[in-house]
Design a protein around this ligand. Sequence first.
Ligand SMILES: Cc1cc2nc3c(=O)[nH]c(=O)nc-3n(C[C@H](O)[C@H](O)[C@H](O)COP(=O)(O)O)c2cc1C
Length: 217
Amino acid sequence: MDLQQAINERRAARAFTGDPIPDVTLEAILRMGTQAPSGFNLQPWRFIVVRNGENKSKLQECAFNQRQVGEAPVVLICCGDRAALNSDNIEAVIGLGENNNAMNDQYANYMRNTIPSFAENGPSFGSTEVWTNRHTMLAVAQMMLAAKSFGVDSCPMEGFVASQVKSAFNIPENVDVCCLLALGYAKEPYKQYGGRFHLKQVCYGESYGDSLTLASS
Ligand SMILES: Cc1cc2nc3c(=O)[nH]c(=O)nc-3n(C[C@H](O)[C@H](O)[C@H](O)COP(=O)(O)O)c2cc1C
């Protein structure tokens, strides 16, 4: 399935067949999702891949007993690590860039000097949790579309108790649980398309609230 079709046909699946996702497909979905962009390439997303039945039941209990958590062959606990703003990760990203011939000393030093104060002052986010969520959800969105391109359906979920998920799955204090993502093959009848607001309602031209004119519409 091509990208446009995947975008148009993706629906949040609420029921799944028991069919497993082949590992080769799951790996491709994870790999494509983690190609998402991130500020300074810091890549704070972390994913716990839950496939074991007992663990899915445990997760379902933390997620208001939502059916798709128990039924989907794979549920990702999608997390963001606030420690990705620390110097160890900055150095790891610099090393990665060097290995890819995409880093020079000047930019490495810029990162070393800039990121700590950016992290402390958070000029574009109110709390570091906003920062982890911003990045992790981009990777999740990319995973949903990658999955759909392989015929794999998904359901993103915010219906869970983060503190319960954290203690049940040994998630450290500095790591935020951003969402759950169920992955598998949707069971019919499929969820209906609920519609989207008209572009006029959500896109503005030049200043908030001003109407946007497009020659094409
Ligand atoms: C961040 C986020 C959280 C969501 N949480 C849940 C959830 O807890 N349970 C659920 O069944 N669907 C959940 N959904 C799915 C939405 O209900 C669904 O995406 C929306 O109704 C639009 O439908 P569509 O994705 O099929 O077009 C969530 C979606 C997003 C993006």
